[in-house]
Design a protein around this ligand. Structure first.
Ligand code: GRF
Length: 203
């Protein structure tokens, strides 16, 4: 087996996607090593998951920094020290500056709970549900300087049923997120992902 890809997972909430990545690594489906988990939220449940799985967790509470630049410097330092090759955003609710993104060009990925380019931004499941779409889903994409707008690596579709609520839809989407995020990271780990303009080609 080739060397696992060293990754950082940036979190801010419950960390269920972090858990799915941990589980995929532990079950041998994902050839990656989580070098560091970074949270901007000291209360994030994701941190408890780190304790349980003995993962290095670093908290940079954005509220403790005087501005975004200072916060980002701290995040950058942690990322550089950890020596990762891929940064996986998983519920990290802070926008990264164009400068930060440029420094890690095509090395940052994100999971979004809607079929981009529809419903970017916050509360994507609610946006989609209220719009009345018949299908929604989730998207793993590279991060560029615009919000939820980088090249798409993979997507999963979730049909919206008439008896769905915003909550049931969000739960079904989350279930798919847990599958496709690790799959996308594995494709990157295998060197099978190539970006060509806006398109991602999978070898
Ligand atoms: C997920 O819905 C993800 O799509 C979005 O933030 C949420 C994170 O959930 N970017 P969790 O912390 O992984 O449970």
């Amino acid at each position: 087996m080739t060397k696992p890809i060293p990754i950082a997972v940036l979190v801010g909430g419950s960390g269920s996607n972090l858990q799915a990545i941990i589980d995929a690594i532990e079950s041998g489906k994902l050839n990656a090593e989580i070098k560091v988990v970074l949270s901007h939220n000291p209360e994030a449940y994701a941190l408890k998951r780190c304790e349980k799985h003995k993962l290095q967790a670093v908290i940079h509470n954005h509220k403790s920094y005087s501005n975004r630049d200072e916060f980002e410097k701290a995040v950058l330092q942690t990322i550089i020290e950890s020596g990762v090759e891929l940064i996986c955003l998983a519920g990290f609710m802070r926008l990264l500056s164009p400068k930060f993104v440029a420094r890690f060009s095509n090395k940052i990925v994100n999971i979004h709970p809607a079929l981009l380019p529809s419903f970017p931004g916050l509360h994507a499941q609610k946006q989609a549900f209220e719009y009345g779409v018949k299908v929604s889903g989730c998207t793993v994409h590279f991060v560029n300087e615009y919000l939820d707008a980088g090249p798409i690596i993979c997507q999963a579709i979730v049909p919206v049923k008439e008896n769905d609520t915003e909550e049931t839809l969000a739960a079904k989407i989350l279930e798919q997120e847990h599958k496709i995020y690790s799959e996308a990271i594995q494709l990157i780990a295998e060197g099978r992902v190539k970006i060509s303009g806006r398109k991602v080609l999978i070898k």
